[in-house]
Design a protein around this ligand. Structure first.
Ligand code: IMP
Length: 205
């Protein structure tokens, strides 16, 4: 049809060749893949189903915690078969270091009022839990109709505050991980899996 471009012509011919140096770089930097792309998608599909069942008949507001949660949010939302709206908050807790500071600052607040809304906070990872605990306290003060959490990853045994996470993905060991939205010094967010880094990857930066 006129004006339409064949799929094969839309694929950048050099894309595969360009991917090679990146793949080699990752081979040098990634230590171990802890959760594969398929495992993540299967889990999100299951969580999406649970959320769809639990919130049937209700309008849900998904609140993503930037930057890490933007990828989880995008995939999870497509497994939720309900009318949903989106909002985002940005908080600072880490900087470029690999250990939590316990200090949480709101860099970007929600665009909308959440009073009377069914709010589901979407987190990439719960480490000490300090960020989430602060956020929940803050959001609860705005009187939503309900407030629950979906977290793709939770580090085992190191939470410093008790947290009630209704939709939980994977429990992982308490190591620093990257990928699927999670970064080290702003890199690796675009990996489709969750992995640990080799020590050399920290030293290079
Ligand atoms: P918490 O306050 O210690 O629970 O830390 C939560 C935030 O720290 C997450 O939302 C992430 O942005 C970041 N974070 C915690 N652990 C990791 C990690 O292993 N890799 C990358 N970012 C992490």
């Amino acid at each position: 049809m006129e004006g339409r471009v064949a799929l094969s012509e839309r694929i950048e011919p050099s894309a595969d060749r360009m991917a090679e140096p990146f793949a080699e770089e990752l081979d040098r930097e990634i230590d171990q893949v802890l959760v594969t792309e398929d495992e993540i998608q299967d889990m999100l599909r299951k969580l999406g189903r649970d959320i769809s069942n639990d919130y049937a008949g209700k309008d849900v507001l998904l609140v993503g915690v930037l930057k890490g949660a933007f990828i989880v949010m995008a995939d999870l939302a497509r497994y939720v078969h309900l009318p949903i709206e989106f909002d985002f908050m940005a908080v600072a807790s880490y900087g470029a270091a690999t250990r939590t500071s316990g200090v949480v600052r709101i860099l970007k607040d929600l665009d909308h009022d959440i009073e009377g809304r069914h709010v589901l906070v979407v987190e990439d990872i719960v480490d000490s839990g300090l960020t989430l605990s602060y956020l929940l306290k803050n959001l609860r003060g705005r009187r939503p109709a309900s407030l629950e959490v979906c977290a793709l990853l939770q580090k085992a045994g190191i939470q410093r505050v008790p947290l009630d996470i209704r939709y939980k993905g994977f429990e992982i060991p308490p190591n620093f991980v990257v990928g699927y939205g999670l970064d080290f010094a702003e890199r690796y967010r675009n990996l489709p899996y969750i992995a640990t880094l080799r020590p050399e990857a920290y030293q290079d930066l």
